[in-house]
Design a binder for this molecule. Structure first.
Ligand SMILES: [Zn+2]
Length: 318
């Protein structure tokens, strides 16, 4: 596609240029300042959008997006890349778990947003209309929240549009993380984008506030592999890597406020009917056993002793 000028809001980058800047737009009538890179390659090619920090304490994913934005140069690029390293700015500053402090909502449950809605809905609306909608391919980076331990995995969504869904699954496979999960998370970035006809994935590596070089590299290597697969950067198509497709993403939630005692670890293989942990009260009475609904593998576990009613406990990929 022709790529003479790449524009997002008030920022633009001409062909062969790279632009870092901060777009400002109103959220609840106050200015919201969103940093991003626009990288407009020397040669024509597809448009890739990369976002991180929808969940603002998933640091491995944010560190990887920063690395991509800082390092990718237009001289080596065929096509265009937009990188938004921290979407949920107020929540990043607050080191918030799951939610945006402006409205108490999970930004990854309100896409594609609503211009007349709450703060998170307005942020989602602006980002969806101005950034994500421009994409031919979209990657949203995540990394386990402050209270989540996980084995790395990549999620894609089957929207019903066969061409889009096939490309999304291919992107997930190319990214190079072993577990691929087919799942719908209503209101999430990648599901909203898939529904809008944009092949999309969500990549998860990291967790518990830790961002080791290995976790960051899961993301940066995945992006590098994807851009080579799309022939956007030199290096040729990446070698195939082993992958395991999981068709179901089964979340178990707490029915009570209390104390959470997991009995398994991430990456453990589990059986249907197996007790994966329990929620206890102060005196030690078991309020709830977390029973695996299927044979599968434990993809993430909430690692916090404190648990609230309706909080996730863990998830099994089956
Ligand atoms: Zn997340």
């Amino acid at each position: 596609m022709p790529n003479d000028v790449l524009t997002v809001g008030a920022l633009s980058a001409k062909r062969g240029q790279k632009q870092y800047g901060v777009n400002e737009f109103p959220v609840q009538d106050k200015p919201y300042r969103l940093p991003m890179w626009l990288i407009n390659g020397n040669a024509d090619g597809p448009m890739l959008v990369v976002t991180a920090g929808v969940h603002p304490a998933e640091y491995a994913s944010i560190a990887a997006a920063l690395e991509l934005g800082r390092s990718l140069q237009p001289e080596n690029l065929r096509g265009q890349v937009i990188v938004v390293p921290v979407m949920n700015i107020p929540a990043f500053a607050a080191r918030s778990i799951y939610i945006c402090p402006l409205d108490g909502k999970n930004l990854n449950r309100v896409f594609p947003g609503n211009a007349q809605g709450t703060a998170s809905e307005q942020i989602a609306d602006w980002v969806f209309r101005n950034v994500i909608s421009q994409a031919n391919y979209y990657v949203d980076l995540h990394g386990g929240d402050l209270i989540e331990a996980l084995v790395p995995f990549t999620i894609f969504f089957r929207s019903g549009n066969e061409r889009v869904d096939q490309v999304s699954q291919e992107m997930a496979k190319v990214f190079g993380i072993r577990f691929l999960v087919c799942s719908e998370t209503p209101g999430s970035t990648f599901c909203a984008a898939s529904r809008a006809g944009i092949p999309s994935i969500l990549a998860e590596s990291g967790g518990q506030g830790i961002w080791t070089p290995r976790h960051v590299a899961d993301h940066t290597n995945g992006l590098n592999r994807l851009m080579r697969h799309l022939n956007m950067i030199p290096g040729g198509a990446p070698n195939p890597s082993p992958s395991t497709l999981l068709e179901r993403f089964l979340w178990l939630r707490s029915e009570h406020a209390g104390f959470w005692y997991p009995a398994v670890d991430v990456n453990d293989k589990v059986k249907a009917g197996q007790n994966l942990g329990c929620v206890k009260n102060c005196e030690g009475d078991v309020l709830q056993n977390a029973i695996s609904p299927a044979d599968g593998v434990v993809l993430f576990i909430v690692s916090s002793l404190a648990i609230n009613q309706t909080d996730p406990l863990l998830a099994v990929g089956a």
